[in-house]
Structure formats: structure tokens, C-alpha cells
Design a protein around this ligand. Sequence first.
Ligand SMILES: *Cc1c(COP(=O)(O)O)cnc(C)c1O
Length: 523
Amino acid sequence: MLYRSTRGKCNDYTFEEAVMTGLASDGGLFIPETIPTLPENVLQDWKNLSFTDLSFEILSRFIDPTEIPAEDLRKIIKASYSTFSNDEVTPLVQINKDMDLWILELFHGPTFAFKDVALQFLGNLFEFFLKRRNANRKSSSDPVHKLTIVGATSGDTGSAAIYGLRGKENVSVFILHPDNRVSPIQKAQMTTVLDDNIHNVAIKGTFDNCQDTVKELFGIEEFRTKYSLGAINSINWARILAQIVYYFHAYFALVKSGKSDPKVVFFTPTGNFGDILAGYYACRLGLPVQKLVVSTNDNDILDRFFKTGRYEKGAAGVVETPSPAMDILVSSNFERLLWYLAYECETDPSDSRSQVEQAGAQVSKWMEDLKTRSSIAVNPKSLEKAKSIFASGTTNQEQTYSAIKSHYDIIPDESKTKYLIDPHTAVGVHLAYTLHDEISSLINSEKFTSVCLSTAHPAKFVEAVTSSLASVSPKFDHNEILPPQFVGILDREQRCTVLPNSTQAGTFCSHCSITILFDLAEL
Ligand SMILES: *Cc1c(COP(=O)(O)O)cnc(C)c1O
């Protein structure tokens, strides 16, 4: 299996190249050159597989065995999910029987957010590739292959990347977060990791300033090669790939619960479109899914797209919400879906260029227009195609809070379980109720199973949860839900360097202070 760029200028990348470089040299995102065809009986044959065996079956179809031999891939997968605290890795829990509503718990990894599913795997992949490159050096005097990971985080990505890469040989990690703008728990999750290869940097600015600094660093070619910069952000193909597995796993969990042919609708809390894009690939691989519901907070660019076919930045900029991991202006992974829409619905058979070339050119044009005009529109055929798989909706702050309260502040009965969801999960859960009838008519079926992806443990977002439950009696005490790993975390030793925000006012020197850090780390 080889990979190509969504912008059409480069193709035939190996999986290793796609993973290690993150972004294609024409600025596009890597996609597989073909979607593998699964054997006919997978729905029967795979239904009793463990999470790791299922992961192997799916991932091995996207990674050529000449690149990672089967036994090595099995080992990498096994190591990646041995850090999860639940035997099922991503268990499925029913919280409302009448509604046939289930929660897919994706937060049993080391940092209690769904990003662990991908970043535990990505960390082990980096380690595997580096080890092999170093073992293949012609002479021991050749320079050692190293990787310097630089990433910006608004909270969850940072800790998940740090836990995926701590202690890994020849990998140094620099994670930039906005000073005093991540929750105290999120900060402590990152800064209490004291491994030598982990460097936390608090920038006196916003998340966007952090991201701009990272982009600047990657933009300096000389600098990028000197330090072998690598990226862990959500556009890395390996992250999407690892996430495909839990859509299959959830489907099989329903089958095992007694549903022989479940009609499943997934509600996925969405920011950068990485999580739900994995669901799209699951559908393309043949998983029978009725709808994937793009669930957004007030940063609703995607919901507006699926209603109008126009992908348009909001005039107000990024809005702050109780679900900060989804506070985005544009969704970086959406470019991958756009490529498939362009390929299938926007090409011209009389054009002398191949369909692939036309699709790449179309995506390049869209991305350019998005930059210059803040808005693009797909043709009606593309929109129709997108809507054959996706539905969408938006949940505001008040609805987020009330979704949290309405599942916690209840007397459990035969149908309902008392359950505490986090504010990101709440965005999807709210829509599972409000869009139920609309989806029924879209899929021509009164009965279906709603699976809401739970992207974080509620203890990570104590403030939002406590606000939602302000009026419950007896009074909600967040200590009840604190996982043992979080107890006392705020008092533990922390290590972090605070740097000025030098991306301000167009000056171009932020990389200087970062370079000093690199020097200190003796890279
Ligand atoms: C990252 C994140 C999301 C958004 O996922 P995308 O792949 O960016 O759409 C949702 N919830 C939580 C808790 C997250 O950390």
C-alpha cells in the first residue's frame, strides 16, 4: 500500500514516509492510494476478535508487510494497548435502553482522552522506525537517526503525545501550550512527566500563537532538517488509521450483545475531523453504518457545511465553549474528505488529465480559495454524496450542560443508567436525542442504535462538569470521580519553561527562544 497527497503533486510514498513526515511536500495530507477490499465474511469472521487482533487485521491492510513485518506490527499494536486500563480497550456501555443509546468509552488510556488510542500507537511506530534506521547505518560513525517532535496543544493532544513518547530512545519532545490557558489538571498531566526527553513550554499567549510558532519552525527548511522535526498533530495518517478500529469494535460489541444485524448511527464529537474521518474509512471498508453524525459545538463550520455545501470560516473567529478540544475555526482533516468528494463528484471525463490528477488540482484550488476568500463551495452532487454517509448538528453551552445533568441527576430504572459524561461527549449525546426523529426518516427506520463516542473522562473537565451539576442534591463532589492517577497530581513536581510570545506583531524570532531550548536539551 502506498500513499498520495490530497493536493495531487506527490504520490507513491511509503507508509513510513507518510508517518515520519506527517505532511506531504506540496502541503497536502496523505491518503492511501486505494481503499483495501476486505474479505467477504469479515462481519462473521472478525466478530469475536480482541481489540488488538482486530487492530492487526485492519492496520495490516494499510501497511505493506515489506515495510512492517506481521510479527512486528502485532508487537507494536500489543504494546500500544497494554497501557489501557480496560480489557476491552474501548468498551461499549448502554445508558438508555428505551432509546437504545450507548456510550463508546474511548478514555481508558494513560491520559484519559481518546487521543491515546492513536498516540500510543504512533509513539511505538516512531520508535520502531528509528530503531530500524539506526540498525541499518552502514558504519557506527554515521550520525544516529533522531527525531524532534514539536507540537502545540490546547490541552489533550499534548499529554497524549507526551505519554506516547516519554522515555523513547532518540526522540525529543517539545510541547507548547498557552500559559495559564489550559486547565490545571491538563497542565499537570503534561508537566509532571519528568523523563529527560520531555520538554514542556508555556508560551505567554494563546493556542494560536503556539500553533504559529510550531508552523514557523516547520517552515524553516534548514532548521527542519537539522533537527529532524516530526509532527504528532491530528493530520498524521497513523492517527486516523488507528482510530478506524474502534468503529468496528463497537459494531461487534453490539452483535455480541445480541443484535444480529445492528443498524448503527455514530455520534462523534468533532473538532479537527480526525475521529469521525476514521469512521468514514470504516464505512468505506464495508462496515455497515447508517449515519455518522458530525457533532459540533458553537464552532460549527462543519455542521454548516453539511447543511449548505459551503465550507466557510465563521466571522466571529474561534468561540470559547465548555468543550475546548473542539474549539476550531477550520478542521484540518476535512481536506481528506474533500479529496474523496472531488474524486467522485467533481471530475470531468472529457478532461485529458486523470481523475486522480483532477481531484488533486481541485483540492489545491479549494485550499487556496479557503485561504484567500475564507470560503469554498462544493457542487450539489458532492454535497449529496457527503450526506449519504454524514449527518450533522450543533450543541450549544446550555445544551451541553443539560445533557451532562440529565444523565447524572436521575433515579436509575430499568431503562436508564446513572452516568456522568464529559462536556465533549455531551455534544454528541445531546444530538442523539434531538436528531433522533430526523435520522429515523433519513434512514427509513424507526428503530436504530445510537452510539455516542466518549472522547474524554469527565474528571479532565471538572469545571464544566461541576457547573452542569451546580443544582443537584446531594451536592456533587468531583473527588468521587477522580481516577487514582489524578489524586494529588496538582502537588507533584512539575517541569516547564515559560517563554514570551514572540510571534506577536509579525516579528519573526520566536524560533530563537525555542532554539535556545533545543541547545539546552543538547540536541
Ligand atoms: C481532540 C478531541 C476531540 C476532537 O476530535 P477531532 O479528531 O479533532 O475531531 C473531541 N473531544 C476530545 C476530548 C478531544 O480531545
